[in-house]
Write a new protein. Structure first.
Length: 146
């Protein structure tokens, strides 16, 4: 993408793969299960864990080659203080974050405080372990999580 759009601004949120991998597997399982008679959660776990490992390693390599194109944000900070994180995004893309913008965002947050249902998933249901995830994503975790 950067070779075609050298001024591209890429905003990447980071979350511990211990949480993201089974969550992603769960999303895929929910999409695939109604469409097949040969549904295999173990396959989904292995396939997507491997694919996500490769994808994140690729993103890290591109980010290291083009650091000015990337803004890295922690997922938990987006949840805890989204307005502060939005200020970082606006600064990164060269836009001003005025009082009117902040008031509008705060109003939207206040109006949209509805509770979301719990998304339940586990590593185990996809035959994955914390040690596998920690091993596969060690480079990513070292750079962004630990």
């Amino acid at each position: 993408m950067i070779s075609v759009f050298p001024d591209a601004k890429i905003i990447q949120t980071h979350r511990d793969p211990i949480k993201t991998v089974p969550s992603f597997c769960s999303m895929c399982a929910n999409l695939f299960e109604p469409l097949t008679t040969n549904f295999d959660k173990v396959f989904i776990g292995k396939h997507w864990s491997n694919k996500l490992t490769r994808a994140l390693n690729h993103c890290m390599n591109i980010s290291e080659q083009h650091p000015d194109n990337f803004l890295d944000l922690e997922f938990l900070n987006m949840i805890k203080d989204p307005i502060d994180e939005m200020k970082k995004i606006y600064e990164f893309i060269g836009e001003s974050f005025g009082e009117k913008t902040e008031v509008a965002m705060e109003a939207w947050r206040e109006e949209n405080k509805h509770e979301m249902g719990a998304h339940k998933y586990s590593l185990e249901e996809y035959d994955l372990t914390e040690s596998q995830i920690n091993n596969n994503f060690a480079k990513y975790q070292q750079k962004y999580i630990n």
